[in-house]
Design a protein around this ligand. Structure first.
Ligand SMILES: [Fe+2]
Ligand SMILES: [Fe+2]
Length: 190
């Protein structure tokens, strides 16, 4: 159990939060550098959250039999793939471009970037489970009529975990990265 562990923490660890520039979240949009990388990154996070919640909501509708099994299977194939690809690409850019750049400007926060990279490793395992479970659902959809709520129950469980993970990871990442991006007036990926 640690302040830095995605499975147990409740927000940005206090030892990181207290070192950050005094830029509370409600003040971000009015900052002169907001229309650079900060706003762009928050938009990307907003899109990822929305996509994750759509895939979860689809699954809940199918569990309650408010969505047809084949329609649900098609959406799992399309939106599930999109979510996987967007998350992989986004985290690659953070690990290899954004975090090294911020680390060079502000090495004080290295433990924070290490924490976020560790989150990404945990997420990779979760995404692998998601991909395997989604493929299993698609295979079963191709086999003909089944009791769909039983087929998709494992997928639902993973999507609930993924939703909680993304809420925690994206919020903490924003609380660390956005104030630094604003402070250093980063306008693009450079
Ligand atoms: Fe991330
Ligand atoms: Fe991110």
């Amino acid at each position: 159990m640690s302040d830095f562990d995605i499975n147990t923490r409740n927000g940005l660890p206090p030892e990181l939060a207290q070192m950050l520039p005094d830029l509370p979240r409600p003040e971000w949009p009015a900052h002169h550098a907001y229309d650079g990388l900060a706003g762009h990154w928050l938009d990307i996070h907003g899109g990822l959250k929305k996509l994750g919640k759509t895939v979860l909501s689809d699954c809940e509708q199918a569990l309650d039999k408010r969505m047809d099994p084949m329609a649900h299977a098609n959406r799992v194939g399309q939106l599930g793939n999109m979510l996987l690809n967007h998350l992989h690409t986004h985290h690659q850019i953070e690990d290899h471009v954004l975090f090294p750049r911020l680390d060079a400007l502000d090495p004080t926060f290295r433990r924070g970037f290490d924490m976020l990279e560790t989150d990404h490793t945990v997420l990779d395992a979760l995404l692998n489970d998601f991909a395997g479970t989604a493929n299993d659902v698609l295979r079963q959809a191709g086999e003909g009529p089944k009791d769909w709520p039983t087929v998709i129950d494992p997928l639902h469980q993973i999507l609930v975990r993924l939703d909680g993970f993304l809420d925690r990871h994206l919020a903490d990442e924003e609380d660390l990265v956005i104030p630094l991006t604003l402070k250093h007036e980063i306008m693009d990926m450079g």
